[in-house]
Design a protein. Structure first.
Lengths: 322, 427
């Protein structure tokens, strides 16, 4: 009887393994930042192999470019921060957020020139500040200024691509800039002594999310598989932090020093909850109120959230009004 | 491997105990696991409640009011921080959420401190509203994490109970099967071995000394078998089996019977056998109205032969006469030594004529075959009296008596002749 039972289990498992779902080839625009660690780890440990997708990465700098690629149809999915989602929602673009996979409360930093003697946000008034338009960089600067009763009108705003912010600073075109990692760290390494990194930890929590164009059932199915892979990767990160760090270091050609610099700020966790919606909404309202955008109306953020894939993978981590 | 029954029983009992301990251990383990999952759930729910209270506070109070007292906020926030520090043991996945909770709480505290610093006196209403929204977002993030934690804990409770139930059912089923198998094997070995021993005893009882052949080997039964087989060997050496004994007795009885009915000299039936057989034939003839004739033969001048040639020759002569008679009679006829040199031949289903014919044949044969002694032929004759069963014969003695009388008549009339009594009608 035991033999029959064991062979039945064996046959079943064999059958299961051979009866695989079709593999959908996918292209994902992944932002070249350690925030994308779950993607790199998933790929490295073969987490996507166990799902219905075979994934290729299109590495881009910044969530905004990833977003553009998604909207152009160059890629199936992309990774974008909640700030990008907030700005893009105002344009009523046809996109949805499937899941949040990482959050950090110290990714975007305010870096000023030592010689400019900027000790507080108040001192930014009239200064030349470099930001990346329509991203967490611009949003963060605006809130910092607002805390002291200032607006972006009170500073001389210069728009840069994220990787060029530092060049603007080196060329002395700007006195301060608001980069995200790894540019904050690179600045610290390259311009040590010339710059001051302000302690703004906890002032801006940023999340990175999986986005796609408005999803049909097939896209939801694909998103489900991507999230399954991410879930495996995130569990791996929790149980193998040093191996995960090594993977990101290799993928992004980063130093151990940098990883240690940012790692403690990151929380890798899958979720789709009310706080993301509130965060997006408040940023959108803020963008409209501070005239950072040409749009005047804040749309219903619920339109940009698609919980179907997450509900299939991790229903526990979904906490939004149905 | 030869395992003793005791060892088997010991292993059996040990296995029972192990299975019991395994079950007990799993129940204890799962109760602890469930208790831990409950404490996690409880922790998560406390966090949710605490966050809800803070949310209410932020929603209802005007935190930018210059008279706003932060005491309520601080005490609630302290409670939340203390609660976050008193987390029960968490899994890796839950620890990630716990880290997130702690980080969110730090952000929350920093944000509130910032808001309260100078009550944002330079800030516009827009940023105030925005920061309040951020505060609510931060609280919502904590609440979401707490809910997530609670959902995981609840799922853990469900999974632990489910897994435990499956485990207990599986272990119980396997245990029952194993115990049944063990009990069956043990019983089967004992029963088979006992049957084999019993069978050997039964065989022994009937004198068939067979060794015990055990199909299952166990130390205990093996020792019984060895002792029994040794005993059997000795018994078979010293004891004649009953079957053999019966056969011997039958053979001996047969020999004795033969001896008791045989005349030791002539090897023909003796007087006792004669009466036995003749009585039977007499009764049968009477009953079935068949004929029955007796010949009484007496050797003429036998005393002279004895005197002249010695007793040994006399004995030889008697044997010779018997041989002649035996050759001349039918299979159903019966020759017996009546006494001394007298013989009787019982002729069933034979009348006087048949009797005379037989008597003649004997006399003729005897006349032709004389006995040789030291090159000299010695011839003897017989006086034969014949009697046939008739109505007047009430018993065998009367019939013999008639034959006897007829024989004496023959002697009187000169010997070597045949006389019949009662005289047949043909004469």
């Amino acid at each position: 009887m035991l033999i029959v039972f064991i062979s039945a289990v064996w046959l079943y498992s064999n059958f299961e393994s051979h009866w695989q779902q079709p593999k959908y080839p996918l292209m994902i625009a992944v932002s070249k930042t350690p925030l994308s660690t779950p993607f790199y780890v998933a790929k490295a440990i073969g987490a996507f192999d166990e799902t219905c997708v075979s994934v290729k990465f299109d590495e881009v700098v910044g969530g905004q470019r990833a977003f553009a690629k998604v909207m152009n149809g160059d890629v199936d999915f992309g990774t974008s921060s909640d700030s990008v989602i907030a700005f893009q929602s105002l344009a009523n673009k046809a996109f949805v957020t499937h899941a949040m996979f990482v959050q950090s409360d110290n990714d975007v930093k305010l870096i000023t020139r030592t010689s400019a003697k900027i000790n507080s946000t108040m001192d930014l008034k009239g200064k030349r500040v470099g930001v990346t338009q329509g991203t967490a960089s611009e949003y963060f600067l605006s809130t910092l200024l607002a805390l002291e009763g200032l607006t972006i009108e009170d500073v001389e705003l210069h728009h840069y691509k994220p990787e060029q912010l530092m060049n603007g600073f080196i060329n002395n075109d700007i006195d301060a800039f608001v980069p995200w990692e790894p540019f904050g760290f690179q600045s610290d390494q390259l311009l040590n002594g010339q710059i001051k990194i302000h302690n703004t930890k906890s002032l801006n929590s940023l999340s990175f999310n999986l986005i796609s164009v408005t999803a049909d059932n097939l896209l939801v199915e694909k998103a489900k598989c991507v999230i399954q892979g991410l879930s495996i990767a995130i569990d791996y990160i929790a149980s193998h932090p040093s191996e995960s760090k090594q993977i990101v270091m290799n993928e992004l050609k980063l130093s151990a020093k940098f990883i240690d610099w940012v790692w403690s700020d990151y929380i890798f966790k899958l979720g789709l909850n009310q706080s993301l919606m509130l965060s997006v909404e408040s940023q959108a309202i803020w963008a409209v109120a501070t005239q950072m955008t040409q749009f005047n109306e804040v749309p219903n953020i619920e339109h940009f959230i698609d919980s179907r894939a997450m509900l299939q993978v991790m229903p526990n981590a979904v906490n939004i009004p149905q | 491997m030869n395992i003793s029954l005791l060892q088997r029983i010991f292993f059996f009992t040990l296995s029972c105990c192990l299975l019991f301990v395994l079950l007990l251990g799993s129940v204890i383990w799962s109760s602890q696991a469930i208790e831990l999952a409950f404490s996690r759930n409880n922790y998560a729910q406390q966090l949710t409640n605490q966050t809800n209270t803070l949310k209410q506070l932020v929603a209802n109070d005007n935190i930018y009011d210059s008279n706003y007292s932060i005491n309520d906020w601080q005490s609630l926030e302290l409670k939340l921080t203390a609660l976050l520090k008193s987390s029960p043991k968490l899994t890796d996945q839950q620890l990630t959420i716990q880290n997130s909770l702690q980080s969110q709480n730090e952000s929350l505290k920093n944000l509130f401190t910032l808001i309260n610093k100078n009550k944002l006196k330079n800030a516009s209403e827009v940023i105030k509203t925005h920061l309040k929204a951020k505060l609510m977002t931060q609280l919502e993030a904590i609440r979401s994490d707490a809910l997530h934690l609670s959902a995981i804990a609840q799922k853990d409770i469900y999974n632990t109970i489910k897994n435990q139930a499956i485990f207990i059912i599986t272990v119980s089923a396997v245990s029952i099967l194993a115990l049944l198998f063990g009990a069956f094997t043990l019983t089967s070995i004992v029963r088979k071995s006992l049957n084999e021993v019993k069978h050997a005893f039964e065989k022994n009882h009937s004198g068939d000394y067979q060794n015990i052949q055990l199909s299952h080997h166990s130390k205990e039964f093996d020792s019984i078998a060895i002792a029994f087989n040794a005993m059997n060997e000795k018994l078979s050496e010293s004891t004649v089996s009953l079957t053999v004994m019966k056969k011997i007795v039958e053979e001996r009885t047969h020999v004795l019977e033969l001896l008791s009915k045989t005349d030791p000299l002539t090897q023909v039936a003796n007087r006792r056998a004669l009466f036995e057989r003749a009585s039977m034939e007499f009764s049968r003839a009477k009953r079935s109205k068949n004929k029955l004739t007796l010949l009484l033969l007496d050797c003429d001048f036998f005393k002279h032969v004895n005197d002249e040639f010695g007793h040994l020759f006399g004995d030889e002569l008697l044997i010779h006469i018997c041989n002649i008679c035996s050759q001349e009679i039918r299979d159903i006829d019966f020759l017996a030594r009546y006494g001394g040199e007298e013989f009787i031949i019982v002729l069933p289903n034979c009348d006087i004529a048949g009797g005379i014919e037989t008597a003649n044949r004997i006399q003729n044969s005897l006349a032709k075959h004389c006995v040789t002694l030291d090159g000299k032929e010695v011839c003897v004759t017989l006086s034969i009296g014949i009697s046939m069963l008739s109505e007047r014969h009430k018993n065998l003695d009367q019939l013999i008596n008639d034959a006897d009388k007829a024989m004496y008549l023959a002697k009187e009339k000169g010997r070597n002749r045949i006389e019949v009594l009662p005289a047949p009608n043909l004469h």
